[in-house]
Design a protein. Structure first.
Length: 121
C-alpha cells in the first residue's frame, strides 16, 4: 500500500526515561506518524467518514505519551503502534517515529529517536 496520511512534528509532554528525574518532570517528545491505508474511496467520496480523522489519532497519541511512564521510548512507540492498529480498522499499517529532543546526557546532540513500523497481520 502506498497511500498514507502523514503527521509530522507533534509535540507532546511525557515522563519517560530510565532515571527517576526523567520520570519526575515532564519533558517534550516529538512524534511523526505515517498511517498506511487505502485512500481511494475517501478521495472519491470526499467524506471524512470514509477515512481516518487524524485529530482523533493525535488525541490518542497524546494520551499514550502523556500517560504511564516508561523506561524506554521504544516501549512508548510500540504502545502507540499497537493501540492505533487495534482501534482503527481502516489502518493497514503504521510508522511511528518518537524523538526525545533533550535526553539527559553530557554530550551535545539533537536527541534520540526510535522508529517502529508495524502492519496488520
Amino acid at each position: 500500500m502506498t497511500d498514507k496520511i502523514i503527521l509530522r512534528g507533534f509535540e507532546v509532554k511525557g515522563r519517560h526515561g530510565c532515571s527517576e528525574e526523567e520520570r519526575k518532570h515532564e519533558q517534550p517528545f516529538i512524534v511523526d506518524l505515517e498511517l498506511y491505508l487505502d485512500l481511494s474511496h475517501s478521495a472519491k467520496t470526499d467524506d471524512l467518514g470514509d477515512s481516518i480523522d487524524y485529530t482523533l489519532i493525535l488525541d490518542d497519541v497524546k494520551k499514550i505519551v502523556g500517560g504511564t511512564s516508561r523506561n524506554l521510548i521504544e516501549t512508548v512507540a510500540y504502545d502507540i503502534s499497537e493501540f492505533l492498529l487495534r482501534r482503527y480498522l481502516l489502518l493497514e499499517g503504521v510508522k511511528i517515529v518518537l524523538r526525545k529532543p533533550n535526553p539527559p546526557v553530557k554530550e551535545k546532540f539533537a536527541g534520540a529517536a526510535v522508529e517502529i513500523v508495524r502492519h496488520r497481520q
